[in-house]
Ligand binder design. Sequence first.
Ligand code: G4P
Length: 545
Amino acid sequence: MSTDSALQDGRELLDAVARRRNFAIISHPDAGKTTLTEKLLLYGGAIQQAGAVKARGEQRKVTSDWMELEKQRGISITSTVLQFDYTGNTINLLDTPGHQDFSEDTYRTLAAADNAVMLEDAAKGLEPQTRKLFEVCRMRDIPIFTFINKMDRPGREPLALLDEIESELELTPWAVNWPIGSGEQFRGVIDRRSHEVILFSRAERGRQSEERHLNLDNPELKELVEAELLEQAVEEMELLDAAGAELDLELVHAGELTPVFFGSAMTNFGVRPFLNAFLEMAQKPVARQSQDGPVDPLRPDFSGFVFKLQANMDPRHRDRVAFVRVCSGRFEKDMTVRHARTGKAIRLSRPQKLFGQDREVVEDAFPGDVIGLNNPGMFSIGDTLYTGTKVEYEGIPCFSPEIFSWLRNPNPSAFKNFRKGVNELREEGAVQILYDNDESKRDPILAAVGQLQLEVVQHRLQNEYGVETRLEPLGYQVARWVTGGWPSLEKVGRIFNCKTVRDAWNRPVLLFKNDWNLNQLHEEHPDLELNAVAPVVSGVEPISL
Ligand code: G4P
């Protein structure tokens, strides 16, 4: 390559990275994630009308026959990533499936995100799902932007909502705007940095409310807003100022301080100012940790990792898609990349961009983007793809399973499909598979983080592979991987009050009924090192059923 074209490529990459922002929304069901997503997409011109996101979901609900499960899966199928352009920036919104029950899928998506938007319902504050997802963000110190939604409805005291974030999440909140009144008396917000007031006007349900902007010292304001509401908001703002914290971007990027915004997604109030401030403050695609240290997104050679696999996205084609987060360099269609785990060279001829159910072939992609690759079974979660010198990204942490169940196949003639389904769903990471140490018990054990994961596996086996299965709970709740594998386990001899099984990589896993039994083992064998999650495997093929 000539120096000139290398220079031009470098500039192009620099520009693409500078313009990219990627984030995921973390929230509890019903906080308004779909509504907020829709409003963000409207600004990006990615959809033409309000209601489009929802309408597609509703339509699917009607045509679906697996009711609730299909609906929930529908969410994760249709919106793995939504890309849109806004004011010259390219924004990638990664979807975290909105399951009531938490699942591993969500965690993996967060592994591909550079920023998170924590969405709260003003009346409810922090809710269980939000807390769990927050913990995952915290593990990687992802910057968090908080949007407190549904301000048009009676909610909790704004100061109490901030206190809750501070005391329960140990995250310093910094209110970027401050609400004037709430519920029936919600009048708007004051931007704390510019002292500009954005007035809220109640619009018909689902309609865009009018946003009027005036300065806090504009005398006209007194005619538009009740004096006591305005006074209270100003007093509270002074209280916040006196508390002294500064909006320090370094702290935001370190995941220690969260800018907080108040608004109402449904009435589209405060969404645009939020998006503008987010673009100003959010982290650009950052260097990712590989086994040999951080990899700069500006590294000229392409690299990325697989964070999600999904089989049968389109049931008519029975295809399997691997989602790759681009981490460095420019990705181009027809590129030949190397697969770090197996060392194989692969030509990527049909990379896809997915928007809802629509797909289009992508010509190129840059750090922060997500591409979908056709996966004929060669990609696993956490796999790295690269060009140039070898890069291998650190694996995506698994979560310790808490639910274990035999998966029975009562119909021996369906064994072939049963085996195919179990292997493919394991590969996809829908569930972890364990095997009894006693080889006469050949049925697989499903190990999951949430009960819904098991139900999804059962439904998918039936719908996609045509096998009806039965779940039989094992009655264990805690799993530990043995550091040092079988030799370490043999060294300690016989152990009690736990069951020894093996995982898909033939590694010993101990199952306990409760933490008490686990602690007992720790006391009896202090030298036996145990791991709550499966260590990342590289270079080995798993055992299939
Ligand atoms: P989710 O994806 O987080 O689960 O939430 P979703 O957007 O579906 O919103 C849940 C409910 O909250 C919806 O009402 C939605 O209209 C409402 N909502 C979202 N944002 C706001 C807001 O700013 N103010 C108010 N008052 N409500 C809001 P629904 O009745 O369940 O559904 P729908 O009939 O509106 O479709």
